[in-house]
Design a protein around this ligand. Structure first.
Ligand SMILES: Cc1cc2nc3c(=O)[nH]c(=O)nc-3n(C[C@H](O)[C@H](O)[C@H](O)COP(=O)(O)OP(=O)(O)OC[C@H]3O[C@@H](n4cnc5c(N)ncnc54)[C@H](O)[C@@H]3O)c2cc1C
Length: 472
């Protein structure tokens, strides 16, 4: 139903703060609203909250956290903003980058200390645009664990989560104030609910083919590997209410989705010295230049396929820290051989191709110069037998454009004025990636969900508490 303008409709039931979507953003918003003293109801379309959050590696970037101080690492909001601007060629919103730079670290600290959602600094993903280690990850190193921790914390804090409750549309007055929403149940029944403030935590539009074709036409025919419930609902409602959209062309699309297993291949394999070849056995890209946009060069290769090539040592290290790598190993996706010729045969690659590419890399390393694709392997151990390979393809993972928000995650109109009671975070809001596929910093997806989720829930909670005080 989209957004219906209706200033007179009466609702039998009302909640002070409603949150649509029970991913990282929605559950964090619920925690913050409870901390601000508000009753909150989270509405989730699925029977069990899952979202892109559970599909993720659960790692969020954050600047200047208590974890940084514990490890003696100097970080600051200024440094974070400088990294965002460098990664996006100066095209991210500097104000939003600043807000995230200032608020992400304290938000990690708040989750850890107040809500028992421990997020530990991770050293596996260094560089790639972050000038200091910034990824914070739960102890079990998975998005599923992150969502479970947030869900338990929301429960403890007294937030209500209603599942199998798809929000089908909103009721709003002429000024764009959200008055209520319609919930659709799997049996076809409908319920209507009044709201004091609304947080949109419905993620992006990767699961909405028409929106992808409109805003990101180069990915219109690519596989989508995010949560299928990410239909862009919140973005469409916010826009219909008069909210501004920005950076709708930005997205993250990894080039290392195991084929055909559909499991993400752990990036440390490449960060620590592995490389990519196409099915003709040729390297075709600097593997670390733009990890988040690697789907573009991979999908441009014959059959849209490539092989990640690494060795037994990296394989063993990855087995220790990556759930996904263990899964891939268990299902026999990792090909392994004692020499290049055998691995080439196992992967149906031209004879001599892997040995040649590896020798090129070794020569560049020995000469202390970049290889022909501009990558430096200095300081990384050469690959040694046994050699390993995993077949991969590229996919659209999640979109980065969305509703424009301010420092309290309130949705803004194109002229910069706030909508009265609408907040957005995570994939529903514009990110800090600028307008292109090259601007995504590792961990920015969960960072925007959790950091903006807290800001949104806190502001929504304070708004309704203020209103309750004024009307009491
Ligand atoms: C495979 C994969 C790996 C990733 N790895 C990382 C990573 O390691 N680090 C990182 O920072 N980012 C990563 N990302 C991105 C990250 O997962 C997302 O940016 C983040 O989870 C977004 O959180 P969210 O709460 O906005 O959305 P979600 O977690 O997707 O939650 C949105 C929820 O809203 C619900 N919903 C949608 N519409 C409605 C409706 N109308 N009514 C009711 N409910 C609705 C959905 O069902 C869903 O549960 C990854 C993404 C993918 C797909």
């Amino acid at each position: 139903m989209g957004v219906i303008r209706d200033s007179d409709r009466e609702f039998d039931y009302s909640v002070p703060v409603a949150v649509v979507g029970a991913g990282a953003c929605g559950l964090t918003a619920a925690l913050a609203a409870r901390d601000a003293g508000a009753e909150v109801l989270v509405l989730e379309r699925d029977r069990r909250p899952w979202g892109s959050t559970s599909m993720s590696l659960g790692a969020m970037c954050a600047a200047a956290s208590a974890e940084h101080r514990r490890h003696g690492i100097e970080d600051s909001a200024e440094r974070f903003v400088a990294d965002v601007m460098a990664k996006t060629g100066g095209r991210a919103d500097p104000l939003l980058a600043r807000v995230v730079g200032e608020r992400s670290g304290p938000t990690v600290d708040w989750l850890t200390a107040r809500h028992d959602v421990p997020l530990l600094l991770d050293f596996k993903w260094t560089g790639l645009g972050h000038s200091v280690p910034r990824l914070h990850i739960p102890p079990g190193r998975s998005g599923e664990e992150l969502l479970a921790l947030l869900g338990r914390a929301a429960d403890r804090a007294g937030a209500q989560v209603m599942t199998e409750a798809r929000v089908g549309g909103l009721y709003a007055d002429a000024e764009g104030r959200v008055r209520g929403l319609r919930i659709q149940r799997p049996d076809g029944s409908r319920e209507e609910l009044g709201v004091g403030a609304l947080v949109l935590a419905t993620c992006g539009f990767g699961g909405n083919h028409a929106m992808v074709a409109r805003y990101i036409p180069e990915m219109a025919n690519a596989r989508y590997f995010g949560h299928e419930g990410n239909k862009g609902d919140g973005i469409l409602w916010g826009e219909a209410l008069g909210g501004a959209l920005a950076d709708m062309t930005a997205y993250q699309g990894l080039g290392t989705l195991a084929d055909p297993q559909q499991v993400i291949v752990a990036h440390p394999l490449m960060i620590e010295g592995g490389f990519l070849v196409n099915v003709e056995g040729r390297r075709f890209t600097h593997e670390l230049e733009n990890i988040s946009g690697m789907c573009v060069p991979v999908l441009a290769q014959p059959h849209g396929l490539a092989w990640v090539v690494f060795d037994g040592q990296r394989h063993a290290a990855c087995l220790e820290h990556s759930v996904e790598h263990r899964q891939l190993t268990e299902v026999g996706a990792v090909r392994q051989a004692d020499d290049w010729a055998t691995l080439e045969r196992l992967c149906a690659l031209p004879a001599g191709s892997l040995a040649r590419e590896n020798a090129d890399i070794d020569a560049a390393r020995a000469a202390g110069r970049p290889d022909r694709l501009g990558r430096r392997f200095d300081g990384l151990q050469p690959l040694s037998p046994p050699y390993c390979a995993l077949r991969v393809t590229g996919a659209l993972f999640h979109t980065q454009g969305g509703l424009v928000v301010d420092a309290e995650a309130a949705v803004l109109r194109p002229d910069g004025r706030r909508l009265p009671n609408l907040y957005a975070g995570g994939g529903a809001a514009r990110s800090i990636s600028g307008p292109a596929v090259t601007g995504y910093l590792p961990g920015a997806g969960i960072c925007m969900a959790i950091t903006l989720g807290r800001l949104a829930g806190d502001a929504a909670g304070r708004l309704v508490s203020r209103h309750a005080t004024v009307t009491a």
